[in-house]
Ligand binder design. Structure first.
Ligand code: B12
Ligand code: SF4
Length: 501
């Protein structure tokens, strides 16, 4: 058998494609150990199934990375096809979903091994064992099957980010990603974990709460190198909370300015920490290329924020953060979660009023909204049964968990439709800047701008009957529609900058 490992990255239903960082991370130790690696990313690979079936012929195993949601569909579809070709060919799953639900994931008949948590060392050891047909009992952090029974090994302790090897960016086909998204960009990660404990968040389940980070010098050296080497115009720094150490952030900005860095970058951070940056700090960060801070506001209702365990943020700091970011030329992007358990008409109205107020007072601030989706491993999931949530009992059952259209016991039927219509009006009422290049014609842009005025009128009055503006907007969108992603294209809109931090 040859020393080759094939990776598959299922489509995450977005045109904002770039290389999957989790796979680039786990590939490095394999490459260092002399394995060859092939990455098939469904978003940029027509006929991905055929391609994987060709590639696996001479490989040790197929390794797939996925998060909970629609990525599960292509995962299962592909795993089934591989097993039809060779029922004994090993299929390994890693990433967020298998880490949070290892047992149920491994119960899927097409999956042989799951890796829990950080995969750099685990995957290398799994591959080395599979290659020689050795049992996996002594490989920490994994689950496997033997004679139809599931076995789980001991936890593998978390390693600080500074001890992890660099990501194998050279595996990424940036030309193909650029073709699909119109922009040449990549993700970069410089810290792990978050000290807070929001009740809907899964992060602690994988990375714990001990925030740890790369030193500023390494950040500067690596980001300047990869952006120059691959001609990238933008880096999305996917840290859960980039600003936990403000001094580190300042040193990074100074280092990038000194190095003459020539790229834009964006971060995710909590509003309370963003508000702690002085106007000078923000100007320095802007000079270093920072152009966007994604922040999880989540609700405009104090009651709901309390229930989300987000007492570390207050509305004053959110307004302050919006004002200061915009003054420095940095775009504040805020996330909102609708239909959190306990959100009634009053609380939803408070949230809409808050969003409208921020957008009107601070033009350039933007909001991205989601529907509450209870993820396995989040503190709120412990109450799932009390809340009447049907928890899926198989891997496939999680494929419909997607915050753009989740249906909940307290949000279904007409109420669900009404919320979706309202979210559509929010989308056209105020401008938002996605990562993908804006390819709209000027006439379409002007026409869409005109639609924003009746949309705001409706949102102010909570009136969504006969949504003609949405119909017109759809017509405009269809006129300038480009290629669409493979998964569920009719139901999804592009996922965008900012996970629900
Ligand atoms: C970047 C990102 C995205 C990008 C993905 C882009 C891309 N090309 O990959 C985009 C914007 C598309 C995205 C979308 C969504 N995301 Co997201 N995203 C992230 C984010 C911020 C970073 C992920 C990352 O790359 N980290 C860096 C890498 C190095 O770390 P890692 O992924 O953990 O990988 C390690 C291990 O997991 C493991 N591993 C990973 N893959 C593999 C594969 C194998 C074979 C092995 C062995 C191991 C392994 O080893 C790696 C190295 O140690 C995380 C939050 C976070 N802190 O990680 C959320 C996160 C993964 N996203 C999440 C969510 C909820 C979403 C959305 C639903 C958000 C939304 N509102 O729409 C969508 C779902 C997309 C879909 N259609 O299914 C959740 C996942 C929860 C869950 N149970 O799965 C997270 C954890 C955020 C959160 N706190 O809730 N996301
Ligand atoms: S949602 Fe964001 S702030 Fe809250 S715990 Fe998760 S990463 Fe931290």
């Amino acid at each position: 058998m040859s020393k080759k490992v094939v990776f598959f990255f299922p489509s995450f239903a977005s045109s904002e494609a770039t290389a999957p960082l989790g796979i680039l991370a786990v590939a490095t130790p394999l490459l260092r150990a002399g394995y060859s690696v092939k990455l098939v990313d469904s978003t940029i690979t027509p006929n991905f199934k055929k391609r994987v079936l060709e590639e696996v012929r001479e490989a040790v195993c197929l390794a797939i990375s996925l998060v909970t949601g629609p990525m599960i569909r292509e995962t299962v579809e592909l795993a089934r096809a591989v097993k039809e070709w060779d029922p004994d060919f090993p299929i390994v799953l890693g990433g967020w979903h298998p880490s949070l639900l290892p047992k149920q994931t491994l119960e899927c008949p097409y999956i042989d091994v799951v890796v829990r948590g950080q995969g750099e060392e685990s995957l290398l050891e799994v591959v080395q064992h599979l290659e020689v047909g050795a049992p996996l009992d002594l490989v920490p952090g994994v689950g496997f099957k033997r004679e139809g029974k599931l076995h789980f090994t001991t936890e593998r302790p978390l390693r600080p980010i500074a001890d992890l090897p660099p990501k194998a960016y050279h595996l990424a086909d940036f030309d193909a990603y650029e073709k699909s998204c119109g922009r040449r960009w990549a993700m970069y990660i410089s810290s792990l974990a978050c000290p807070f404990n929001c009740s809907y968040c899964t992060n602690a389940g994988v990375y714990g709460r001990k925030w740890n980070a790369l030193p500023p010098e390494q950040f500067v050296e690596e980001t300047v190198d990869i952006t120059r080497r691959y001609g990238l115009e933008l880096l999305w720094v996917v840290d859960d909370n980039f600003l936990v150490d403000l001094d580190r952030a300042r040193h990074i900005a100074e280092g990038l300015v000194r190095a003459g860095a020539n790229f834009h970058w964006s971060i995710q951070a909590t509003t309370n920490l963003t508000a702690r940056l002085t106007p000078e700090d923000l100007r320095l960060l802007r000079r270093s290329g920072l152009h966007q801070i994604c922040q999880g506001v989540d609700s405009g209702s104090e009651k709901i924020l309390k229930m989300m365990n987000k007492t570390f943020q207050d509305f004053e700091s959110i307004y302050e953060s919006a004002a200061r970011c915009l003054q420095a030329g940095i775009r504040p992007s805020f996330n909102i979660i609708f239909a959190y358990p306990g959100e009634g008409k009053k609380e939803r109205r408070e949230t809409i009023n808050f969003m409208m107020d921020v957008c009107r007072r601070f033009p350039g601030a933007e909001f991205w909204t989601n529907i509450f989706t209870p993820y396995p491993g989040s503190p709120i999931m412990e109450q799932a049964q009390e809340l009447g949530i049907q928890v899926p009992t198989s891997l496939e059952g999680w494929a419909d968990f997607f915050p753009r259209y989740t249906v909940l016991p307290w949000l279904s039927g007409r109420e669900h439709t009404r919320l979706q219509v309202m979210r559509d009006y929010l989308r056209i009422a105020f401008d938002r800047v996605p990562i993908a290049a804006d390819t709209r014609k000027p006439t379409v842009r002007i026409a869409q701008k005109m639609l924003s005025f009746p949309a705001r009128w409706r949102l102010d009055r909570d009136v969504y009957a006969l949504p003609v503006e949405l119909w017109l907007n759809d017509k405009l969108k269809k006129r300038q529609m480009q290629s669409k992603p493979a998964v569920d294209a009719k139901r999804l809109e592009p996922a965008t900058g900012g996970a629900p931090c």
